[in-house]
Design a protein around this ligand. Structure first.
Ligand SMILES: Cc1ncc(COP(=O)(O)O)c(C=O)c1O
Length: 441
C-alpha cells in the first residue's frame, strides 16, 4: 500500500491556509461548496498564461485551430486533462469527456439534449440539488407547452428515509414504463448521505429495462471517493472540478458515447460545428459539439493538475479516512448539544455523512450568531441557508419553521481535529447560552 501522506505536509501546499487575519489562520469548513487549491494547481493555471497562452483544440479528432508552438503545448495539456478525467471516473474514451463550467451546466446540457415526448416522465428524489431539479422542471415546462397541457405531469419524486437515507425500494417503485430519465444526486450536499453502489446498479438496470437513462449528479461524490461509471452502469454523470482542488468554473459532463452523440447540443456556435451553410449546420461529434466557443484553457490545464493531485498525491483512502475522523470529532462534540433549539440533520452515524455536518434551529438568530462569532473570533468559514435543496427543506421542515435556519460545516482532507474543536467550542458556547449571543445577530 502507498504511504499515507502527512496532513501537515499537504496543508503546507495550500497558500490560502498560510494566510492570517488578526494573527489566526482560516478555518475553512465550506468544502462542499468549493475547495481550496494547492500550489501545484495554481502553478498549472499560471503556466497557461505565462507559457502557452493561446487558443486550444485538445480533442482526439485531431482538428486544430492552429499549427504552432504554443498550440502544440496547450494541446498536450488539454489531452492530458481529458485522459485524467477519463481515468478518474472509469470512462471508456476521452471523447466522452465534455468540459463545462460546473455540474449545473453539465446537467443543463443533458436536460436540454434529451428529446422528451408527452407521456415521458422524469424521476428524482425529494432532495435533488437545484442544479438537478430546475433543469428538469424547465424540461417539464417546455414539454407542457409543446403538448398544450399546463397540467401534464412530467417530473415525479420519491421520498427518502426519515433520517435522509436513500430508500431503494421507494426509488424502484417510482420507475414506471413511462420513465425516460432517472436523475439522482449521488451524495447529498445537505447531510452527506450517499446512494450505495448496489442501489445505483439496481436502478440503472431497472431504468434501462423501461428504456430510460440514469443521470447521476456526482458533484459531491467524485471529489471524495472513487467513482466508476462503467461499474455503476449509469448513462450520464456530472461533477465540478472546483470541488476537488481545481480551478473555479470548471466541470465535467460524462456520457456514454452513443448517448452523447444522440442528444442535441445546447449552447452552440464556434467550434461545435463540422461545417455550416447559410441555411443549415452539421455538428461535430462529442465532445466538440458541446464545447461552444473558446474554452477556459487555463482551467483545463489546472483541472489536469487537480485530478493528478487528488488521485496521486492525496489519494481517496486518505480523503475517506480523514473525513471520517473529522466528522466523527464534530459529531461527538455537536450531537450532545442537541436540544429544543438546536439539532443536527441526517443520520446520526458520521460514517454515513461523508464530510458533512449540518445544524438546524427554529431560530435564525442562533444560526447567524454561530456563523458571525465563528468568523469574527476564529476565521471560521461555514455556510448558512438552504444549500440549494430548498424544495426538500420546504417539504420537510416548513411546518417546524426551521427550513431556512441551517448551518453546514463540510470538511476535506486538509482540515484538522484542532479546527473542528475550535468550531465546536464556538457552537457549544452559543447553543448553551443563546441569550448572551443573540442580541445583535
Ligand atoms: C449535489 C450537488 N449538485 C450540484 C451542485 C452544483 O454544482 P456547481 O455549483 O459546481 O454547478 C452542487 C453544488 O454544491 C451540489 O452539491
Amino acid at each position: 500500500m502507498a504511504h499515507a501522506p502527512d496532513i501537515a505536509e499537504l496543508r503546507a501546499a495550500f497558500p490560502a491556509l498560510q494566510r492570517t487575519r488578526r494573527g489566526k489562520p482560516p478555518i475553512y469548513l465550506n468544502n462542499t461548496c468549493m475547495t481550496l487549491r494547492p500550489q501545484v494547481v495554481i502553478d498549472a493555471v499560471r503556466a497557461y498564461y505565462e507559457d502557452f497562452p493561446t487558443c486550444g483544440g485538445g480533442r482526439s479528432d485531431g482538428t486544430k485551430r492552429l499549427h504552432n508552438w504554443f498550440q502544440e503545448e496547450l494541446r498536450g495539456h488539454e489531452m492530458h486533462a481529458r485522459e485524467a478525467a477519463r481515468d478518474l471516473i472509469g470512462a471508456s474514451s476521452v471523447d466522452e469527456i465534455v468540459w463545462t463550467r460546473n455540474t449545473s451546466e453539465a446537467l443543463n446540457i443533458v436536460a436540454h439534449g434529451i428529446a422528451l415526448e408527452p407521456g415521458d416522465e422524469i424521476v428524482g428524489s425529494e432532495r435533488e440539488h437545484n442544479s438537478n431539479l430546475v433543469p428538469w422542471l424547465e424540461a417539464e415546462r417546455r414539454l407542457r407547452e409543446r403538448a398544450g397541457d399546463p397540467e401534464l405531469v412530467v417530473r415525479r419524486f420519491f421520498e427518502l428515509d426519515e433520517d435522509g437515507g436513500f430508500d431503494l425500494e421507494r426509488a424502484l417503485a417510482a420507475i414506471t414504463d413511462r420513465t425516460r430519465v432517472l436523475a439522482l444526486g449521488h451524495a447529498s450536499n445537505l447531510d452527506g448521505t450517499i446512494i450505495p453502489d448496489a442501489a445505483i446498479q439496481a436502478l440503472a438496470a431497472r431504468v434501462h429495462e423501461v428504456g430510460g437513462v440514469l443521470v447521476l449528479d456526482a458533484a459531491q461524490s467524485v471529489p471524495h471517493r472513487s467513482v466508476d461509471v462503467a461499474a455503476l452502469g449509469v448513462d450520464f454523470l456530472a461533477f465540478s472540478i472546483h470541488k476537488m482542488c481545481g480551478p473555479t468554473g470548471m466541470g465535467v459532463l460524462w456520457g456514454r458515447y452513443e448517448l452523447l452523440d444522440a442528444i442535441a447540443p445546447f449552447i452552440v456556435g464556434g467550434d461545435t460545428i463540422a461545417d455550416t451553410w447559410q441555411d443549415r449546420v452539421e455538428y461535430k461529434h462529442p465532445p466538440g459539439r458541446f464545447e461552444a466557443g473558446l474554452q477556459d484553457y487555463a482551467g483545463i490545464t489546472g483541472a489536469a493538475a487537480a485530478i493528478d493531485y487528488i488521485t496521486d498525491t492525496v489519494g481517496f483512502d486518505t480523503i475517506r479516512s480523514q473525513e471520517l475522523a473529522l466528522n466523527t470529532r464534530l459529531t461527538e462534540r455537536l450531537a450532545p448539544l442537541q436540544c429544543d433549539h438546536f439539532w443536527l440533520l441526517g443520520p446520526e452515524d458520521p460514517a454515513r455523512r461523508g464530510g458533512v455536518i449540518t445544524m438546524a434551529s427554529h431560530s435564525g438568530a442562533l444560526i447567524n450568531a454561530i456563523e458571525r462569532i465563528g468568523d469574527e473570533e476564529a476565521n471560521v468559514m461555514v455556510r448558512r441557508g438552504m444549500f440549494c435543496v430548498n424544495a426538500y427543506l420546504h417539504r420537510r421542515f416548513d411546518r417546524t419553521d426551521s427550513a431556512k435556519n441551517n448551518l453546514r460545516a463540510s470538511v476535506y482532507f486538509y482540515n484538522t481535529l484542532e479546527e473542528c474543536d475550535v468550531f465546536a467550542d464556538i457552537v457549544e458556547r452559543v447553543v448553551k447560552d443563546p441569550l448572551r449571543y443573540l442580541d445583535d445577530a
